[in-house]
Each structure stands twice: as structure tokens, then as C-alpha cells.
Design a protein around this ligand. Sequence first.
Ligand code: SR1
Ligand code: MG
Length: 420
Amino acid sequence: MDSSPSYAPLNPQSLQQRLSHIEPIAQRVGSDEQAWKVKEVGDGNLNLVFIVSGSIGTVIVKQALPYVRLVGDSWPLPLYRAFFEYHALTRQEERDPGSVPEVFYFDEEQAIIVMEFLSPHTILRNKLIAGEPVRGVAETLGVFCARTAFRGSDLSLSAAKRKADAALFLGNVALCEITEDLVFTDPYYDAKMNHHNELLDNLVTELRSDIALKTQVQHMMVRFSSSAQTLCHGDLHTGSVMCTDSETRVIDPEFAFYGPMGFDLGMLLANFLMAFFSQKAHTTSDSVEQFESWILDTVDAIVQHFNAEFTSLWNSERTGILYPKALFEDQQHASVDALNEVLRSIWEDALGFAGIEMHRRTLSLAHNADFESIEDKHVRAPLEARNIVAGKRLIMERQSITDTAALVQLIKQTQAESYL
Ligand code: SR1
Ligand code: MG
């Protein structure tokens, strides 16, 4: 599809004429195309995103560009990512109904997905920066991670289905390559596209000279690249979540790949922890400590919901080739130790991935608004430093951080120190 001569990026002028005759779209927006209002709102790193409204309703039109939007056409990127996003969305909807936007239409050649307009939802990252709590966010995200991890794996699917899915998503090479480079590799050496706050220079030099750390990060990259346990969202940061004050949905799975069951959980936790470490710069209000506590409670609750849902699925839906009931329950042998060993390994992986995500968001190409929107580099630096130190501890101490209480204690300890 990438060589298709007919691919053409949409723009607000061409969109009406190109999409208004497509039945599933006209049905939701209205067939009177003159009444359509089109606004480009893409603020992510990769794609075009349009809000399209008409006499009947509103939809989102997302189109992949043949290059990385953040950088420009000097960095080509295959359009096939829309194909993987579409297939990930349909699987996520199957495995955790209601968790993702409904898809109305997909055009593989034009790399277009038309989907539900979430309103009045806004990006979770912006809510966290603004100090706005979201009721139920931990439950929705913990359950989403557990259901997608479990139901996409050999614990649940037939071996043939999981292998077919793993084979399908193996094709998402270019997006995995972005993660392999920007997340797992670039933060740990002076890579070309990196940038960081110069006030962190000494800390960054120390981090990049730490051979034991680099070895552990490579261990996590081995897990990323060769542990095809389940279909991961692949980019589950707080910019990939949209919420009202009480409803949460997951978006943007174009980085979907078959990987470790702890990958999405780890990425997500990292992004809450970065919201925590950056919070003091976003508000002068007395309530900052209250909101910081809410973030740490949410981290704890995400993991509790993950474990509870995973346990429930383990007991009720364990129909795959792994840990079969034939070897346990059918022999009157309890499987609880096996379950706890699986959960422990997911948790350990999640901590390692979280630490790496915390590093890349301050040291590699794609930083996050939690830190980046703090204009004064002198205010930002001590907060980024704590984030980097905490990230390293998560990677290096992941085997001894036995639970969320230990994690929260480590985060609070790091917050109480100064590293510059
Ligand atoms: C070049 S893409 C940079 C980042 O944006 C995406 O959202 C992913 O997080 C990726 O690593
Ligand atoms: Mg994205």
C-alpha cells in the first residue's frame, strides 16, 4: 500500500468531496456535504486528525502521513501503521468492549480510519497537568491492560489464533523500530535526535556511563523484541487516553505489536509517575499535595485492578495452551502459585519498562508535555532529575520492588531528595 499512486493526504477542503459519498460516514455525519465542518486538530507526533461535523453528528477522521509529522518528510514512515491501528482497535474492542472508540470505516490504501468522536473527552495528560482527577480512571485502565494482556495471549486464545495474530502484527516493523530506537537505545548514548535540559548534563553523563544500567535496559529490550506474549497497545502513555471527569477511553494503538504482558502496564505507570514528578511546577495551589497523593493512589489502584481482573480471567477463561486446567484444577492441584509467579513476572517487566519510558521522555527525541511545558529550565531540571533517578531505580531494583507499596515508597523517597 505504501507505493500506491492513489494515496493522497486529506485536507479540510478535499475531505468533504472525498468522503461524503461513503455511506458509513454519511450516515453518521449527514449526507448534505455542504453542511460539513472540518477542522484539523492533530497534535500528535505522526498523523493527520480531523473533526468532521454535519447535520446529524460528528466523527473523527484519522489519516497516516507517509512521514513522521514531528520531524517532517526527511523521516519517511510507512502508511501501513493505519492497518495495524485498525486491527488493534477491533481486537481491543472485542477483548475489552467499550474501552476504545468505535470504528465506522477503514480505507487501507488511503490509510484512513473514521471513528467515534469522543466528547467531551480530553487527553488525560492535559488533565493531569491541570490537576484534574478522573473518577474511575484506574479501574478502566487496569482492567483494559489485564483484559487485553490475558485475552490476546496463549492463556486464552487457541494456539493457532495467537500465532496468526502474532504473525500479523510482526509486520508493524517501522513502528517497533521507533520504539527500539527512541525508547530503548537513544536515551543511553548521545544519539543524533536526542535533546535534554543542559542543567542535567552531569546526571546524563553519569547515566550514559553506567554499564550495569545499559545491560539491564538491553535485557528489557530482549523482552520487548522477543517475548511475543500478547497484543500490546504499544504506546500506552497518558496522551493515548481520553477522559471526561468520570469516563475513560484508550486511543491510538498504531504501535501495536506482540510483546510482553507487562509492557502497556509499565508505560502507563511511567506516565502517571512523570505527572507526579512534574506536578509541583504546574500549580502553586495548596492542593498540589492532595493531587500528588491522588496520582500515587491511582498508580496503586491501576495495579490492584490489573491483578484482580487478571486473576478473575485466570480462573474463568484459562482456555489456552499455557498453565492448562488439565495440569492443575483437573488434578485438584491449585494453580495459585503459578498465577502469582505469572503476575510477579508481569510486575517485574512493567517496572523495567516504566523506568525506561521515564528516561526516554526526558532524554530522547519525543519528550512529554508534563515536563516540556515547564518553560523555566531551572524549575524543570530538579523535577526531571528526580524522574531520571527514579527511572534508574525502577530498572535496577525491579526484582526487589515487590509491590505497589514498595514502589510508592521509592517514589516518595526520590521526591524528597535533590539530585542536582
Ligand atoms: C517519532 S514518534 C515519537 C513518539 O511518538 C509516539 O507517540 C510514540 O510514543 C513515539 O515514540
Ligand atoms: Mg500516538
